[in-house]
Design a protein around this ligand. Structure first.
Ligand code: NAD
Ligand code: UGA
Length: 431
């Protein structure tokens, strides 16, 4: 079992730290956020993620897991250092690697000979070399700087399960013996391990996210077409999904994809394509369809309330970028809410996980603690995130609360026939 440092204790870093401790390694998690570190050492999980609290408690109790402030302290005693810091979108669309560079500079002289630095954050092709260079420039002994790419494919909401039961583990490294050492960290997982050159590993991550985004924009485009020709996209997606070459997953139409990864990673891939002189028109289309899909929801809602949102009150259920997470980064729900506010609507929202923080991200948004209360006297209800609880609400009560029983179901989670029987005007996506 190895001594592992995990730098960055967010969705990916925290999951990596607790899961590697669960697999038997000795793990130090590091973050710059002192409050986060203090809470983690007390067993408090700062994010909503199924299974994390249990594995954090297990790791702390076994003493195989602890958290410290600052990357250097953690890296100095590690055989492997995972970089799990943010790589947000820069102004020009490129991936901003300043957090990665800062950590590399911080840990360079603290690394022991033979320590492997592992890029787990999503970083563009060339980043393995880049981290190697930054480490060397910052004083790491050159011959000892070993860097590998090991992209992460977990989804928020199911991060622990995805980490412990991955479809594959990808390791990009020029030195096979280093790749073997990294692969041993995952020895207890039942997953294929793919060893490639660093550039291919880095590209696998971007290509995978871009492909999933493409599936979503494709099904959203089909949904829009279904509306025009009176077909039901859910039947269409089901009929397509049975073809094993297509599959059922990521064929759910909705308000467009969001979250902390697809938008920024498609932008970064487009930027990289442009830099290398390739016109990635397909991916440009995917991004455009996605932007239009957000706006299409606003158009649908406007039509539902009689042609203008100005002076209307809209109740909203769901603000996170998808269900079962508290993450609001690049949430389509917030894009739609901001547009409603811009058009002069009063917007009152309920979300099971992200309430108050959302109000800061959409100034003017009123956030309520009760899903029925936010419907009081509203002109329509818009369901923007697919939280399971929304399926089982008392819609007679909702109808009584609303001024007119009207619902825009951007996630197709409600039963249109039942709602229509209850007197609702119902609008979904592609049905
Ligand atoms: P996050 O914002 O949740 O977490 C990042 C953490 O790094 C924060 O806690 C921050 O305080 C910490 N940090 C920043 N600078 C630091 C430093 N110098 N030293 C120590 N800690 C520092 O981010 P995330 O969602 O976990 O994403 C991290 C990376 O993983 C990104 O590149 C992302 O694209 C990639 N990724 C994310 C997901 C996901 O589902 N969120 C999945 C796969 C890959
Ligand atoms: C996504 C990928 O699924 C992960 O494999 C990847 O590791 C991660 O990005 C990353 O690189 O950060 P995540 O962002 O957590 O994971 O969420 P997804 O479940 O992929 O959903 C992304 C967006 O697409 C959400 O807004 C979701 O509502 C939307 N979506 C998803 C659809 O509209 N339809 C679908 O059929 C599936």
């Amino acid at each position: 079992m190895a001594d592992v440092a995990v730098i960055g204790a967010g969705y990916v870093g925290l999951t990596t730290a607790v899961c590697l401790a669960h697999l038997g390694h000795d793990v130090i998690g590091a973050d710059i956020d002192e409050d986060r570190v203090e809470r983690l050492n007390k067993g408090e999980v700062p994010i909503l993620e199924d299974g994390l609290p249990e594995l954090l408690a297990e790791g702390l109790a076994s003493k195989r897991l602890r958290f410290v402030v600052g990357a250097r302290n953690a890296a100095s005693v590690a055989d492997f250092v995972f970089l799990c810091v943010p790589t947000p979108q820069g102004d020009d669309g490129s991936a901003d690697l300043s957090f990665v560079d800062a950590v590399a500079r911080e840990i360079a002289t603290a690394l022991r000979p033979g320590t492997v630095v592992i890029n787990k954050s999503t970083m563009p092709v060339g980043s393995t070399k880049r981290v190697q260079r930054v480490l060397a420039e910052a004083g790491a002994p050159h011959e000892d700087v070993l860097v590998a790419s090991n992209p992460e494919f977990l989804r928020e909401g199911t991060s622990v399960r995805d980490f412990l039961q991955p479809n594959r583990v990808v390791i990009g490294c020029t030195d096979t013996s280093v790749a073997v050492r990294v692969s041993e960290l995952y020895r207890n997982l039942n997953a294929p391990i793919l060893v490639t050159d660093p550039a291919s590993a880095e590209m696998i991550k971007y290509a995978s996210n871009a492909f999933l985004a493409t599936k979503i924009s494709f099904v959203n485009a089909i949904a829009n077409l279904c509306e025009a020709v009176d077909a039901d996209v859910r039947e269409v997606a089901l009929g397509m999904g049975y073809d094993q070459r297509i599959g059922f997953e990521f064929l759910y139409p909705g308000p467009g994809y969001g979250g902390s990864c697809f938008p920024k990673d498609t932008a970064a891939l487009l930027y990289a394509a442009e830099q290398s002189g390739y016109d990635f028109s397909l991916l440009k289309g995917v991004v455009r369809v996605n932007r239009e899909q957000h706006e299409r929801m606003v158009t649908k809602l406007t039509a539902l309330v009689g042609g203008s949102l100005s002076g209307r009150t809209i109740a909203v259920w769901g603000l996170t970028f998808k269900a079962n997470t508290d993450d609001l980064r690049d949430s389509p729900a917030l894009v739609i809410v901001r547009r409603m506010l811009e058009e002069g609507a009063t917007v009152r929202a309920y979300d099971p996980a992200a309430g108050e923080r959302a109000a800061e991200l959409a100034p003017g948004l009123e956030v309520g603690a009760d899903p029925y209360e936010v419907c009081h006297d509203a002109d329509a209800l818009a369901v923007l995130t697919e939280w399971d609880a929304f399926r089982w609400m008392n819609f007679d009560r909702v109808a009584q609360m609303l001024q007119t029983p009207t619902v825009l179901d951007t996630r197709n989670i409600l039963d249109p026939a039942a709602l229509r029987r209850q007197g609702f005007t119902y609008e979904g996506v592609g049905r």
